[in-house]
Structures are given as C-alpha cells and as structure tokens.
Design a protein around this ligand. Structure first.
Ligand code: G3P
Ligand code: MG
Length: 245
C-alpha cells in the first residue's frame, strides 16, 4: 500500500502541445494561460550529458536538426529551433530542462517529468534529470518523476528517494504490484483508452495515484473521471478543463 503523489486533475501533455510546439517553453506558457496547473514534459540527454526537454530519440519531427539528440552536444542543441513546423513559433528553442524548470517555477506550476532515455542511456539520463531536479525544484510544487524505463526509475529511486515516482505503462501488466513495490512508485500512469474499470479500481484500492494519457476529448476524460482516476494528460488543457466548470 502507498499514498498517491497528486499532480492535478488536468495535466498539459508536453505543455499545451495541441496548440504550441510540444515540449517547448511556449507550450508551458500556453498551458498556464489555458488554466493548467501542471505540465508533463519528456527529458533526455545530449552527448555531453545535459538534460533537454524532448520526446523522440531523434530530432527531425520536432526540430530543424537531424539525427539522434544524444549524438549532439548541448551547445549544438542550443542552436536548434523546436517549432514543429508551426510558423508562429519560428524562434522557439529546444529547451534545456533547467530552463523549463525555471519557467515552471516562475509560473508556480507542477511537473510530471517523464525520463525518456534513448535505449542504452537509461542510467545517465536518469542521473542528469535527478541532478537538475535536486538543484532547482522548489519542494512545495507538485512533482512526479515517471518513466516507462524500470532502469531509469531505479536510478531515480536511489538518487532522489524523496521525489515521488510514477511507473508508465500502456496496458496494465499482470505484475504491476511487484514493479511498483520494487521501484517504490506512488503512481501508475497508463493509456486511458486501455484502462478498464476493474483495473482502475484495483490500482486505486492499492493506494496508487492513477493518471491517464493522452486524453483529448471531454467524453474520454469523463469516462476516466467516472472511474475516479486522479487525472488525465491532455494536449488540449483548456478544452478538458471546461469539464470541471
Ligand atoms: O507521461 C505520459 C505520456 O507522455 C507517456 O507517453 O509517448 O506521450 O511520452 P508519451
Ligand atoms: Mg511523455
């Protein structure tokens, strides 16, 4: 049994990524403007071990760079634009994690920071993320470190035991109890489309925080809130927040 690590009922997934380029400072600022109190961001590392906010292993989809993010130095990544093809955001940089956290701090926003290592870089990625969080995170703001990677979560558990952890899955695996015990996770984050009512009840009865991705319609959010999940990740926070009015 455990206690949920609470974030917010509506979390802006990669920032307000339905409207601004995902995982950018603009997407964080827009999430705040749309009324979100918490964002989800993905973090990986450069060749020289600096944490950046980015979802994919490679740069092509969201930036004007090419190749693996982890094959570039931080100085090289600092020159990239992360506009994701959206003309009105043409000067948006690929943010370092420390810059994203500084912005969240100024906005008094909570964070679900997903450790997103390129395969093989689980340990250094988790260490780099923990170093930035240890240095910068303001304790009174909500924070969860989450990952699909058990290796990354094990490093986070050992490096920053006081920071709540979330194990991310698509469908709920049979052995979820074992994994959340081993990694001392307070939360389980899962694909909302695959979550069944009985599974949600079992997770909640166990005392886990349950957050579901990626929920972009009011009807889908309502189905999950009716199951009493703690929150949803959405690309459209303004739209889903309307549900709560
Ligand atoms: O953290 C929840 C969700 O973001 C996990 O999937 O691929 O959007 O990072 P993905
Ligand atoms: Mg993510």
């Amino acid at each position: 049994m455990t206690e949920p690590a609470l974030l917010a009922p509506v979390i802006a997934h990669r920032g307000a990524s339905g409207t601004a380029p995902e995982n950018t400072l603009a997407a964080i600022a827009l999430a705040a403007k749309q009324g979100a109190r918490c964002v989800e961001l993905d973090a990986s590392i450069s060749k020289d071990g600096i944490a950046f906010v980015h979802h994919d292993d490679t740069l092509e989809r969201c930036t004007d760079g090419a190749g693996y993010l982890c094959a570039h130095t931080a100085a090289e990544l600092d020159k990239l634009k992360a506009t994701a093809g959206l003309a009105e955001f043409e000067n948006e940089p690929l943010p370092r994690l420390d810059a994203a956290i500084a912005l969240l701090d100024s906005l008094n926003m909570g964070l679900n920071l997903e450790i997103k290592p390129t395969p093989g870089l689980e340990e250094p990625t988790a260490r780099a993320v923990c170093d930035v969080v240890r240095e910068q995170w303001r304790a009174e703001l909500p924070l969860v470190l989450s990952s699909f990677s058990k290796d990354a979560l094990a490093v986070a558990r050992d490096e920053l035991p006081g920071a709540p952890r979330g194990f991310i899955v698509c469908a709920i695996p049979e052995n979820w109890r074992h994994t959340v015990q081993l990694l001392q996770c307070q939360n389980l984050h899962c694909d909302g489309a695959l979550l069944e009512k009985a599974q949600a009840q079992a997770l909640l009865d166990y005392g886990l925080g349950v957050y579901c991705f990626t929920i972009n319609t009011v009807a889908d959010a309502q189905r999950l809130f009716d199951m009493h999940v703690h929150g949803v990740f959405t690309d459209y926070p303004a739209q889903i927040l309307g549900l709560e009015n």
